[in-house]
Design a protein around this ligand. Sequence first.
Ligand code: IPE
Ligand code: IPE
Ligand code: MG
Length: 248
Amino acid sequence: MEENASFDIRLIPTHVAIIMDGNGRWAEERNKPRLAGHKAGVDSVRAVVETAREIGVRHLTLYAFSTENWQRPPTEVSGLMKLLRTYLESELRTMLKNDIRLFCLGQRERLPTDVRKVLEKVMADTDQCRAMTLNLALSYGGRNEMMRAVRQLAGQCALGELEWQSLSEDMLSDLLDTAGQPDPDLLIRTGGERRLSNFLLWQASYAELYFTDTKWPDFRREQLLEAITVYGNRQRRFGKTGSQLQAG
Ligand code: IPE
Ligand code: IPE
Ligand code: MG
């Protein structure tokens, strides 16, 4: 913590969301199988979770597997699922110790049963933890999440429980997987691409975007602190003018 004494707490984003990209290319550059990149990426997850918790980020969302990623070769998908399971098994103790609540965004029911079981156990065991919420986006797609919410609202309208005229943005937000959590303030994508790839499409409407060429296995404490420093120097205007903000 001493190292970060210069951090102004007001400049720490409440919610940081990360598209963890570039594992495959990181491995290919080293003539290693793609899975070696994913393995190295798990160490980045550990480092980033620890750093975020330490500096006071309250919500950290990590995009670990998209609805589109099911189309990857079956061996890569099963390798990723195995890594996920071992990560969850090995991290429970640390999460409890650091008061981190684990939560999951996405189509949990599509995950292999063994992964889902550990995931649900870690979620239940850390349910009372309050210092930071760690959201893992697994089999997650922003469009799928919104469609699930829209279907629920439509169903309630059809049953006469809701009037379509009364539908509001808040009602939709409350049916998303992130219900009750603030929208991301800072959205980071590693690995050089500049796209959202179906991540938090609704919630990211006013997120500050930070793209870096650093591949995920090389994104650790220092790189996260750099992203947060850049964020702290941005002016978030939310549609207003700069002078309106200065006037207070
Ligand atoms: C991100 O790294 C991890 C997942 C999508 C699971 P990639 O596997 O997409 O790495 P690149 O983009 O091929 O380098
Ligand atoms: C996005 O990465 C999903 C995750 C990081 C989990 P991808 O590597 O799958 O994204 P695209 O397909 O290249 O946009
Ligand atoms: Mg990729």
